[in-house]
Each structure stands twice: as structure tokens, then as C-alpha cells.
Design a protein around this ligand. Structure first.
Ligand SMILES: Cc1cc2nc3c(=O)[nH]c(=O)nc-3n(C[C@H](O)[C@H](O)[C@H](O)COP(=O)(O)OP(=O)(O)OC[C@H]3O[C@@H](n4cnc5c(N)ncnc54)[C@H](O)[C@@H]3O)c2cc1C
Length: 476
């Protein structure tokens, strides 16, 4: 029930949570108002900083009664403007950063319960301290939060072996729009009690509920690894190499990243100290890693043998294996710095697409040919987690052009690329979500049945439309 009708929403919120939980300082708001790519800018009413699940529940109950929109925000590292408020000055940014406790770790059950505001790297460290492994790993891991990872169904470099956040989650604690708490922090692997409600909230980008905690799977800690930087003639051979390595290693491939020569060149130009691992040129490279939980396992020998056989089969033209942890880190440093180097180079267009792995080479070939013929303003920087069919099919603006020449063609280029992705049976959103960037794409590529069901779910869980409005779905 609303009390004190003369009060503004800000006064209501301050009365409810206390002044130290409601931030209105301009400098703090500025950081929350803009996304990390600086593509979207809004104007929040305030930032709410609850201390507990109960605080989140009371906040949502009040906002629902007042019809005040709430935009959950984790580390604000997302690529689709999903955590940015609109420009109305009426939306509350809900930061989960004070909910950052590791509630429990159960090494015997290979599970842990963490709060949504935990930084991903802290969760990885907590698992490691218990001699276990939490496999989600991505470039933003030092600042993104588990709540954001869950809400975008994040992927990263270990999906091939361990899956995305959907596969890594056993249970959730979620606050619904009306303040009710769905508490299902189960550690069960088998639980067929009706519909799988947790999956509704994973990948929902804060539009169906606010995640406050999660029960996550953890794994035996890797005790041996082998990493190689490999030159391949083309994506088709890269895909065949992956199939070969999976078989030859007994399915111990945990990462398999495709890197084009142009991306390597950008990184070595923009990142001090970065150098190409192989002396000769090649149009494409693969960074691959085998891991095992068994200490002393001869993975380097196994990888070396598999790569030698691949040279004979003409899948591989050259390869170098990491001889030390330093080499391994240097290889990964090259991969992790591609997004940063592309930003340094100037304006870019990003397409986060997924394809069935066998269709990936034909897609790259068709889309590259179209770009070559029709987009002289840009050059292709296409890299990604090929092990799970995910490509960042990005373009960078050519130097010397009037600034913005590429970006003004964003919609037209995106249309052609996403249509080609659909033709090959793929998805226009692999791991970065929809946010406000891809609303129109979701409408274009989803069936009426899919859209109808999504809208019905949204209406049921958030009838007043207070949860992250304008993201993921246009609600009619
Ligand atoms: C350098 C870099 C590398 C990256 N690499 C990868 C990669 O390899 N793989 C990949 O998948 N992604 C990658 N990303 C994107 C990354 O996954 C997302 O940025 C991250 O998962 C989002 O977490 P966040 O805490 O920053 O969420 P935010 O960006 O703050 O929010 C993302 C969405 O989640 C919602 N949200 C946040 N917290 C909650 C909550 N508790 N409850 C409900 N909704 C919530 C927000 O409203 C928003 O819709 C990368 C990003 C960067 C900057």
C-alpha cells in the first residue's frame, strides 16, 4: 500500500531503505547512466543499493505499487544497452553490488551458493580455494557480476566443455515484480518437479525478476593443461581440426578460439609487448587448450601428436605449443585483447552470431564475399568461440574515411548478415543478449508463436511492466 500520497517516489524509496541505500550523487549516476561501449545513455532517478534479498523484495513491492520502473544493473559490462535506464529520469537503477557474499561451498556435492552481486573473478577464486573450478571465464570477469552473467546467459571461453550459465546453474533465488521471493537454491542435479522455472530467469536480462542468489555447479580443478597457437588455412579446416582434436584427446578440448590474421595484427599494433607467436603469416589461427583434472597427465604430448597428424592431413600449416605458464598467458592475452584493440582502431559494428559448427565455414565465406563487394568502408574482424559455433562477426572502419562512414550503414549491414545467419540455421544473438540493441531483430527472427509465448510470460510475471521496460521484448 502507498502511504503519504504527497511523497515523491524518491522520498518513498528513501523512507523504505534508508538514505545510505539511495544514491543521487551526479557522479555516481553518470556511471550508471551510460553503458560500457558508450552507445546508450539514460538518466536514472537514483541508484538503489539494497543490502539483502528482503530489501530487494520491499523495494520491488513498493516500485510495483507506485508503477516505478526498475533497471537491474550488475557490473554494467554488457554489450546491448540492457542495463541502461531510459532518458525519462524516473527509472530506478537497482545495483546488487552489496549482495556479494559467497553463502556456501559444498566440495563434496560440487556446488556453491553465491549472491548475485559477487564479481565473477571472486566466485572463481572462492571455488579454487576449495580445490574446485568454476568454469565461466570471459574478458570482463574482473568487473561483471554473477547476476549479470545469469541474466545474459553468459558464455565465454569454456562453453565447449562446460556449457553456458544455463548449464552451470542448479537453482536460483529471485525476487518477482510484486516483491514475492521465489526461493529455489537447490543443489540437486535431478529434480523433475514440474516446469523448470529457473530457466525463465536465466537470459531474461532483468525483465522477469531480480536474481538475488544462485546455486552453481563447480567441477574438479584442472591440474594439467596444454595450449597451442595454430596456423590454419581457413575456417573449414579449423572446424575439421576441432573434430579431430576432440577425438584424439579423448574429448579434453576445453577452448577452441578462431583468430584471423587481421585481429592478431590489431592486437600487436595496439597492445604494448604483444607479439605474434608464429613467425610466418597465415590468414587464420586457432588458440586451443586441453585440460585435465588428473595431475601430470601428458596433455602436451597428446596435443603435439594430434597437431603433427593434422599437419600431414593439411588441416594445419604450423603450430607452437606453450612451453610455460608465461607462454600460455601470452597466447590468451592476444585473444583477450581483440575487443580492446578493435576499439582502439576506431568505430566498429558488432555481430554476435551462432551457427551449427558445420555451417560456420559456408557462412563466413558467403558473408565475407558480400562485405567485400558491398562495404568498402569497413574490414572484417571475425573471431570467436568456434568450439561452440559462436562468432563475433565484427567490422572495423577503414582508416582515412570520414568518421562514421561505416556506422551510418549499421542497420543495412546488420540486416544482410543476420539474414545470412538465419539462412544457415543460426542465431543473431549468441551470448550477448538482446537488450535494447536487438529488439527489432528478435521480432524479425522469432515466430509468432514464440513472440506470443514470450509476451504472455512477461505479462504474467510483470503485469505492470516495471521490470527493465523497453528491453528484450516490445510488450504490446
Ligand atoms: C571485455 C569483455 C569481454 C566479454 N566477453 C564475453 C564473453 O566471452 N562471453 C559472454 O557471454 N559475454 C562476454 N561479455 C559480455 C558479458 O557477458 C556480460 O557483460 C556480463 O555477463 C554481464 O554481466 P554484468 O554484471 O556486467 O551485467 P550488466 O551489464 O550490468 O547487465 C546485463 C543484463 O543483466 C541484467 N541484470 C544484471 N544483474 C541482474 C540481476 N541480479 N537480476 C536480474 N537482472 C540482472 C541487467 O538488467 C541487464 O539486462 C564481455 C564483455 C566485455 C566488456
Amino acid at each position: 500500500m502507498m502511504q503519504g500520497g504527497a511523497q515523491t517516489p524518491l522520498q518513498h524509496l528513501t523512507t523504505l531503505l534508508g538514505a545510505d541505500c539511495i544514491i543521487t550523487e551526479p557522479s555516481a549516476l553518470e556511471a550508471a547512466n551510460v553503458d560500457q561501449l558508450r552507445s546508450y545513455r539514460g538518466r536514472a532517478l537514483c541508484i538503489a543499493l539494497p543490502r539483502s534479498t528482503e530489501d530487494v523484495a520491499r523495494l520491488l513491492k513498493l516500485c510495483n505499487a507506485l508503477r516505478v520502473a526498475v533497471v537491474p544493473q550488475g557490473g554494467n559490462t554488457g554489450y546491448c544497452g540492457a542495463a541502461t535506464p531510459d532518458a525519462s529520469g524516473t527509472q530506478v537503477v537497482l545495483s546488487l553490488r552489496r549482495l556479494n557474499a559467497i553463502r556456501s561451498i559444498d566440495p563434496a556435492n560440487y556446488s556453491m551458493v553465491v549472491e548475485a552481486g559477487c564479481i565473477l573473478a571472486d566466485v572463481q577464486r572462492a571455488a579454487a580455494a576449495a580445490e574446485r573450478f568454476f568454469p565461466l571465464s570471459l574478458g570482463a570477469e574482473g568487473s561483471c557480476q554473477i547476476g549479470g552473467n545469469l541474466s545474459t546467459n553468459a558464455g565465454g571461453v569454456n562453453v565447449l566443455r562446460y556449457g553456458m550459465m544455463r548449464e552451470l546453474t542448479l537453482g536460483l533465488e529471485v525476487v518477482l515484480a510484486d516483491g514475492r521471493v521465489l526461493s529455489s537454491l537447490t543443489a540437486l542435479r535431478k529434480d523433475n518437479t514440474g516446469y523448470d522455472l529457473r530457466q525463465l530467469f536465466i537470459g531474461a536480462e532483468g525483465t522477469l525478476g531480480v536474481i538475488t542468489a544462485a546455486s552453481l555447479k563447480i567441477f574438479p580443478a584442472p591440474r594439467a593443461s596444454a595450449t597451442a597457437f595454430v596456423a590454419v588455412p581457413d575456417p573449414e579446416r579449423a572446424v575439421r581440426l576441432l573434430a579431430h582434436l576432440r577425438q584424439a584427446s579423448g574429448d579434453q578440448v576445453s577452448s577452441f578460439e578462431l583468430i584471423p590474421a587481421v585481429a592478431l595484427e590489431l592486437v600487436t599494433r595496439h597492445v604494448p609487448g604483444a607479439r605474434a607467436p608464429l613467425p610466418g603469416g597465415s590468414p587464420w589461427f586457432v588458440l586451443c587448450e586441453l585440460t585435465s583434472a588428473r595431475p601430470g597427465e601428458a596433455l602436451t604430448e597428446r596435443l603435439e601428436q594430434a597437431l603433427s597428424a593434422s599437419v600431414e592431413n593439411e588441416l594445419v600449416t604450423d603450430a607452437v605449443l606453450a612451453q610455460s605458464e608465461r607462454d600460455r598467458r601470452d597466447f590468451w592475452h592476444l585473444r583477450e585483447n581483440i575487443p580492446h584493440s578493435q576499439r582502439q582502431e576506431g568505430a566498429s559494428l558488432k555481430h554476435d552470431v551462432a551457427l551449427p559448427i558445420d555451417r560456420l565455414p559456408i557462412f563466413v565465406s558467403r558473408a565475407s564475399a558480400w562485405l567485400k563487394a558491398h562495404v568498402p568502408e569497413g574490414f572484417l574482424v571475425c573471431y570467436g568461440h568456434v568450439g561452440d559455433g559462436n562468432l563475433h562477426f565484427n567490422l572495423s572502419e577503414r582508416r582515412g574515411l570520414s568518421s562514421g562512414a561505416l556506422v551510418t550503414r549499421r542497420d543495412e549491414i546488420r540486416r544482410v548478415i543476420h539474414d545470412l545467419v538465419r539462412d544457415e540455421g543460426g542465431s543473431f544473438s549468441a551470448e550477448h543478449g538482446i537488450g535494447q540493441a536487438k529488439l527489432a531483430e528478435l521480432e524479425r527472427y522469432s515466430s509468432d508463436v514464440e513472440l506470443g509465448l514470450m509476451r504472455a510470460i512477461k505479462k504474467t510475471l510483470d503485469p505492470n511492466g516495471i521490470l527493465n521496460p523497453g528491453k528484450v521484448l516490445n510488450v504490446l
